[in-house]
Design a protein around this ligand. Structure first.
Ligand code: TYM
Length: 334
């Protein structure tokens, strides 16, 4: 990793089994960026506790997520891969940035509104200030680019606003990050309800394809995906189910929407769904195999975890120190 390379930061919550949406919207793009950028890929466990988590399950999911980062091809020699909770500077910067973020801005966040409805019994302050922690994640590393799915666009905008505001007061402290949202796969929809996004926290497991679903489970879920009754494979907003399957097919195969439409227009939904299922299975099977191999190598995993936190911590400390100085905290005596 050379100094001139631009910096990328992104993260994923270990709040459930990661889905094809997470893979196509984020992970798959991350692997493509690792050779050209200096990348940090974080497992954002601190974000996950904004909704109640079973501690045993959370720890297990965080480890599974790390294995999946590695299994999709993220190389820990090229990227910094780590757990957010192992680098305390995230929380420290988030506190400071909280003091530069307005209630009104946070009140406008769509995800906060949605989660307040789905977790009405636990609308905690962390859920409200979640986007500030996300801004801290990004700004700590002087990030140039943030590869995410479409649903994170609003949070990213807020991170930019906070950075601009802070820089406006104190000078050029933070780099202003840009979003990197892929053309295909940026918004994978729920299979049974193709007007809402596929989400790892969906209770209806037929709505999601988990990265680790068995091939027959994947085939069945796609077979049962909601479509319409005209049996014509065409990319249109009026056909959200078919549009979603076409997006998935094209994202996993690399084929363009136009060629896929041509290939399947008259094939009928049965044939089309089978082809989509097979393409997804072909993409996910090697990843699943790799996860199984990695599970046997705890020493290696421990090294990745330790080294990732050390490398991230060093970078994070530099920015945090600068920020603390700017806001007027006393210099540490060493
Ligand atoms: P999370 O954990 O919900 O999702 C991780 C990544 O997957 C993308 N994604 C999708 N993409 C396409 N279709 C979908 N159906 C779909 N569902 C999820 C998300 O856009 C995301 O890129 N707040 C973030 C985690 C985070 C973060 C950060 C991201 C915390 N700090 C700093 C970037 C930078 C989140 O909850 O992602």
């Amino acid at each position: 990793m050379t100094e001139e390379k631009k910096i990328i930061f992104s993260g994923m919550q270990p709040s459930g089994l990661i889905t094809l949406g997470n893979y196509l919207g984020a992970l798959n793009n991350w692997t493509k960026l690792q050779n050209d950028y200096h990348c940090l890929y974080c497992i954002v466990d601190m974000h996950a506790i904004t909704v109640r988590q079973d501690p045993i399950k959370l720890r297990k999911q965080a480890k599974e997520l790390l294995l999946q980062y590695l299994a999709v091809g993220l190389d820990p020699e090229k990227n910094i891969i780590y757990y957010q909770s192992h680098v305390p500077q995230h929380a420290e910067l988030a506190w400071i940035l909280n003091c530069y973020t307005y209630m009104g801005e946070l009140n406008r966040m769509t995800q906060f509104k949605e989660k307040s409805l789905s977790h009405a019994d636990n609308i905690n302050a962390g859920l409200f200030t979640y986007p500030v922690l996300m801004a801290a994640d990004i700004l700590l590393y002087q990030t140039d680019l943030v590869p995410v799915g479409e649903d994170q666009r609003q949070h990213l905008e807020l991170a930019r606003d906070i950075a601009n505001r802070f820089n406006g007061v104190y000078g050029e402290v933070f780099k202003i990050p840009e979003g990197y949202i892929g053309k295909v796969g940026a918004r994978v929809m729920a299979l049974q309800e193709p007007t809402k996004k596929m989400s790892k926290s969906d209770e209806n497991k037929n709505n999601t394809i988990a990265l680790l679903d068995e091939p027959n489970v994947i085939m069945n879920k796609i077979k049962r995906a909601m479509t319409d009754s005209d049996n014509e494979v065409r990319y249109s907003d009026e056909k959200p189910g078919i549009k979603n399957l076409l997006n998935i097919y094209c994202a996993v195969t690399g084929v363009s929407i136009e060629s896929a439409e041509k290939e399947f227009t008259h094939a009928g939904y049965g044939v089309f769904k089978k082809a989509v299922g097979e393409a997804v299975v072909a993409k996910l099977q090697p990843i699943q195999q790799k996860v199984k191999e990695l599970e046997k190598n705890q020493d290696y995993i421990d090294t990745v975890i330790k080294e990732g936190a050390e490398k991230a911590g060093k970078m994070a400390y530099k920015t945090l120190q600068k920020v603390q100085k700017k806001v007027g905290f006393p210099t540490r005596v060493r």
